[in-house]
Design a protein around this ligand. Sequence first.
Ligand code: SER
Length: 262
Amino acid sequence: KEIILRFSGLKMKTDEIRERFLRFFKKKGHKIIPSDSLVPFEDPSVLFTSAGMNQFKEQFMGRNITFRRIATCQKCLRTQDLEKVGKTPGHHTFFEMLGNFSFGDYFKKEAIEWAWEFMTKDLNIKEERLWVSVYIDDAEGYNIWRDIIKVPKNKIIKMGAKENFWPSDAPTEGPNGPCGPCSEIFFDQGPDVGCKKSTCTPACDCGRFVEVWNLVFTQFDRQSDGRLLPLPSKNIDTGMGLERAASVMQGVLTNFQIDIFK
Ligand code: SER
């Protein structure tokens, strides 16, 4: 019964979500390339590959661009998340991240439109189950969600640099290098999940809302003195947690109940 109540659309295996994502972005002109190694080469800033964008730091700086549109499924490990593993529904030691990237090609409008198209048409998730967040100063992103995608205003949450900047809090905390404001897409598991307060939104950490996809508008190069200089061009870096997407598509409340864990 629980599965039927929470079920959002087509019931879909994790492998199929991965394939659909890559196929979708191939149709949108992206070159599909393999995941980078989980232990990155020649990057002294991280022990492990923690996001799809790690292997593209040079390209975000405007160097070594062979393809302007790329999509991947990246093997990831986040050392900063290890303390949370087993205590939350959606943090892992190892996980996979689906991502589409633009190096000086398309920007916010297409990234938002395609993410919405993939979730609502390809995965067939009902629009009313989705909420979004934008960086507090990102009026352009806000307007795209409100005016083009037609997300109701009460389902567009504005948040600060901790939640809606990549890397988190980069303007004040760093690291240096490519960064930018981001916009996230959340799946609402329903009012009977989490704190059960009528005022609950994705800003609440009760677990009702699953943060599924992060769209980063990578447009700055942070300097050691904290200045955010514009990058040579505007870029896109998105990351969808594959296991979280699978939990949504399989109607379960934690990532540990999805098919690949079983
Ligand atoms: N780099 C961003 C993240 O990991 C989007 O891919 O959330």
